[in-house]
Design a protein around this ligand. Structure first.
Ligand SMILES: NC(=O)c1ccc[n+]([C@@H]2O[C@H](COP(=O)([O-])OP(=O)(O)OC[C@H]3O[C@@H](n4cnc5c(N)ncnc54)[C@H](O)[C@@H]3O)[C@@H](O)[C@H]2O)c1
Ligand SMILES: O=C(O)[C@H](O)COP(=O)(O)O
Length: 600
């Protein structure tokens, strides 16, 4: 995910972001800041220029905006709720969505308590009355919260802080949250109920702290409001839409509820004459314009939190700590995985170029088996390896499609292209090698897929009609990826740069001849290895004459093997691509069976 371009990545900030985060961004990026949140048409005009988009809740990051963001790698939400972002579309496009899951939760909880107290003691009305020059004490008699029951719907991060603060005020706290742990609730002194309908008739104050998702939209509707205790009060500092605004207005008008305190609304800001506007105007409603997270401290927290993650992704190429649509991987684990991520990506790319040979080969119909052996098998999350494999596999053939494959969308990309990858782990090191970790890739054409049951070794040994398995093994020496097996050959080479891979009959003098052919075009040889056939090899593959594409993935095959000689794999690291003419000459050499150039 790291940016290899020499010019700075461009970051678009839509909405007010605290200066601390902006300063962080400014050190590495070209930052374009719009303090007034941009609307969709404005976003559509400019989004293609940006690598990252940082938003608060007002900016709607819709499907079309994401699709227009051809260079977007990350959308950062400086806050908790991501209901303003089409996360599913971002995932499909491989765009990481990050948020700040706890930067403003204290502020939101304090705001909830502030609204509850203000509603209980009628502070906004009393304040307005006094400012208007009246001194009315009996008109603003309130109620106490001490000894009252607070009902919390959604006992997550904010809900739990609200619970603790309310306990401190002497309230009894009861909560409904089907997904929370009873242990966590008990530790906070909260009684959990298993049905919302159990909670509604027993609480004096009801407060909502769930995200806005399909199951919570309209969760507090006319029926639920009627089930609430007469004279009770409701608060919403979570999201507009969890409470049915029309039904709430009717319940307040009927006198069933004594009051409502609201920070969030279905439409923000509300349009004139809308139900939202009427609700806000109701005399027993107190309201704030989505200020739950608006404290200096919370704004600093969320700003730094998400801007650091943007830097992590675009500059350091590391995984963000709070991605909404990518797996959570501990930094130590991610560090251990890094060299293998590079290795597996190279293995995927080598596979496509070496075996499929040309764009549109049979690659996208194959089933693959990726086996992690030794130390590597103890890592808990191998998703980065899976993603790297898909990325490498598709890279040589995806130029025109421009697929951006990463940990966010690798599964979707693989699924859409019919690629099946079975991952296996064996903690015991490979008995035939001294490598502490080994990755083995085995692939078979579709008809053979069903026979893939046990590990790579079993597959290697199995023999059946015509199609021998395609195998690549690799390991890491320190941070350096190393290929240790290619097909039937035990190898030892770094999968890096331009490689000329020649399978040939082991005849004397070949290396010198190849060197002088390459020399005619000024191609330098950086290194050379010769590998022999593995002892557990499958032999007898059909050899036919073929000349493929003109590009770097060219494959040249010669007429059949010379009887009596042993096959070897000669790998030359060369400093540039090789012309068709030179490849033809090499392929025509006596004893050469196949010659390919791959670019890794
Ligand atoms: N007003 C503001 O400025 C402001 C500030 C911060 C957070 N928020 C909002 O507050 C909400 C809560 O934030 P959080 O950080 O506590 O989130 P969280 O994910 O930690 O907690 C949400 C809780 O809701 C529960 N939940 C989900 N579906 C439920 C359902 N159908 N019924 C009951 N419980 C359900 C979950 O199990 C979870 O425990 C979010 O919507 C967030 O956007 C608003
Ligand atoms: O979900 C959140 O974090 C809050 O609703 C805050 O939203 P804001 O960034 O627009 O203040």
């Amino acid at each position: 995910m790291s940016s290899s371009e020499s010019y700075p990545s461009k970051v678009l900030v839509s909405g007010e972001l605290s200066s601390d985060g902006l300063a962080l961004l400014g050190k590495s990026f070209d930052v374009h800041e719009y303090r007034q949140a941009l609307l969709e048409p404005n976003l559509l005009e400019i989004i293609a220029n940006f690598d990252a988009l940082v938003v608060r809740s007002e900016t709607k990051v819709t499907k079309v905006v994401l699709q227009a963001g051809r260079n977007l790698k990350v959308v950062a939400r400086a806050g908790v709720g991501v209901d303003n972002i089409d996360v599913a579309e971002a995932t499909k496009l491989g765009i990481v969505v990050v948020n700040s899951p706890s930067g403003n939760i204290g502020a939101a909880a304090e705001h909830t308590i502030a609204l509850m107290m203000a509603m209980a003691r009628r502070i906004p009305d009393a304040c307005t009355s006094l400012k208007n020059g009246t001194w009315q004490r009996s008109k603003f008699v309130g109620v106490e919260v001490k000894g009252k029951v607070l009902g919390i719907v959604g006992l997550g991060k904010v809900g739990l802080i609200v619970a603790r603060l309310a306990k401190g005020l002497g309230m009894t706290v009861v909560a409904f949250d089907p997904y929370t742990s009873p242990t966590i609730a008990a530790a906070a002194g909260v009684r959990l109920v298993s049905l919302l309908t159990e909670l509604l008739p027993i609480v004096d104050f009801l407060t909502i702290h769930t995200p806005l998702i399909a199951s919570t939209r309209g969760m507090i509707g006319p029926t639920e409001l009627e089930e609430m205790k007469p004279g009770s009060r409701i608060l919403n500092v979570a999201r507009g839409g969890t409470v049915d605004e029309g039904a709430l207005l009717a319940t307040l008008k009927s006198g069933h509820l004594a009051g409502a305190a609201l920070d969030v609304f279905i439409t923000e800001p509300p349009t004139a004459d809308s139900v939202t506007a009427k609700l806000i105007a109701h005399p027993r409603v107190i309201a704030t314009p989505h200020l739950g997270a608006s404290t200096i401290e919370a704004e600093e927290n969320v700003s730094i939190d998400v801007c650091e993650q943007v830097v992590d992704i675009l500059v350091n190429g590391s995984l963000p700590r709070s991605a909404v649509n990518a797996p959570l991987i501990l930094p130590e684990e991610y560090q251990k995985l890094q060299p293998f991520v590079r290795l597996v990506e190279k293995m995927g790319s080598l596979y496509t170029q070496h075996y499929d040979g040309r764009p549109g080969g049979s690659m996208n119909r194959n089933t693959f088996e990726l086996t992690y052996q030794g130390d590597l098998a103890s890592l808990t999350n191998t998703k980065p390896l899976f993603a790297a494999f898909i990325k490498g596999l598709l890279a040589p053939v995806s130029g025109s499609e421009g697929i951006n494959v990463n940990i966010v969308n690798a599964e979707i990309v693989a699924h859409d292209r019919g690629i099946v990858v079975n991952e296996q782990r064996f903690r015991e090191p490979n008995e035939d090698t001294s490598y502490s970790s080994l990755v083995t890739l085995v692939a078979r054409p579709p008809s053979r897929a069903s026979s893939l049951t046990r590990g790579a070794k079993n597959l290697l040994r199995s023999q059946d009609e015509g199609s021998s398995p395609r195998i690549i093994s690799g390991t890491c020496s320190g941070d350096r990826p190393l290929i240790t097996r290619l097909g039937k050959f035990e190898a030892q080479f770094e999968p890096e740069g331009n490689l000329l891979i020649c399978e040939d009959n082991d005849l004397p003098g070949k290396v010198g001849v190849v060197g002088s052919i390459l020399g005619q075009e000024g191609v330098n040889i950086n290194f050379m290895t010769v590998s022999s056939e593995s002892s557990d090899d499958e032999t007898g593959s059909k050899v036919e004459s073929r000349i493929a594409d003109k590009d770097g993935s060219a494959c040249y095959e010669n007429e059949g093997p010379l009887l009596g000689s042993q096959r070897v794999l000669m790998i030359l690291g060369i400093d540039r691509e090789v012309s068709v003419h030179i490849m033809g000459e090499i392929a025509r050499m006596l004893g050469v069976v196949t010659a390919r150039v791959v670019k890794l």
